[in-house]
Design a protein around this ligand. Structure first.
Ligand SMILES: C[S@@+](CC[C@H](N)C(=O)[O-])C[C@H]1O[C@@H](n2cnc3c(N)ncnc32)[C@H](O)[C@@H]1O
Length: 197
């Protein structure tokens, strides 16, 4: 990953231009610590989706290449003994097999070159215990208007992702579009997918 790419995310996190509210699904799951005890958030950014799990989970691992994002998470988390913060890309990150109850990869896959996305997903799948969940949220299209993209945008193909999860149970697939903004000057077509191993 290039220095300029990390700086792009550092700047966004520093200027509070990334979202701070957790996605509802995570706050609901965080209320079930018997089921969700070990959590991995890959590309956690400022940790908005990581934080809800700290109250009940046994272990939460938060990974991101942006030091600024991780510093914000560290500040909000305070002295939480069950949080492990790791500065890494998803491509370089490794962990033991069948460990996590929940793996979150939210808004990250489309930042990884297409020829590496499948390997990253396979790795995350291996780290997931039986009956554990993977939540993948990524950009699958831009309606062709990508001329002003300020960071690499590789897009993630939902149908190949479905193939990778063929032997898993699909709990949810939703697709939605967000309008252009100053930071992301192109309409983005997202999918949100949840699978159980
Ligand atoms: C759109 S933000 C999403 C952050 C967080 N998951 C959320 O939902 O708020 C994208 C994050 O992915 C991180 N990122 C970029 N490239 C990455 C990579 N190759 N591996 C892991 N994280 C990456 C960025 O540093 C940034 O914090």
């Amino acid at each position: 990953m290039k220095r300029a790419e990390i700086e792009f995310w550092d700047e966004l996190h520093l200027n509070s231009l990334t979202k701070t509210e957790p996605y509802n699904f995570y706050t609901d799951l965080a209320r079930q610590p018997d089921r969700i005890s070990r959590v991995l958030d890959v590309g956690c950014g400022n940790g908005r989706n990581t934080l809800p799990f700290l109250a009940g989970a046994e272990e939460v691992v938060a990974v991101d290449p942006s030091e600024v994002g991780l510093a914000i998470l560290r500040r909000h988390a305070g002295d939480q003994k069950n949080l492990r913060i790791i500065k890494s890309t998803a491509e370089s990150f490794n962990w033991q097999d069948e460990y996590f109850d929940l793996v979150i990869c939210h808004g990250v896959l489309h930042l990884i070159p297409q020829n590496e996305q499948k390997d990253v997903i396979s790795k995350l799948q291996k780290m997931t215990r039986q009956r554990g969940l993977n939540v993948i949220v990524a950009i699958s299209g831009t309606h062709g208007k990508t001329t002003k993209v300020k960071h690499p945008l590789y897009l993630s193909d939902l149908s190949s992702l479905r193939d990778t999860y063929l032997s898993w149970k699909c709990k949810l697939i939703e697709e939605y579009t967000t309008l252009s903004s100053a930071e992301f000057p192109y309409p983005r077509q997202f999918y949100r997918a949840i699978w159980e191993r």
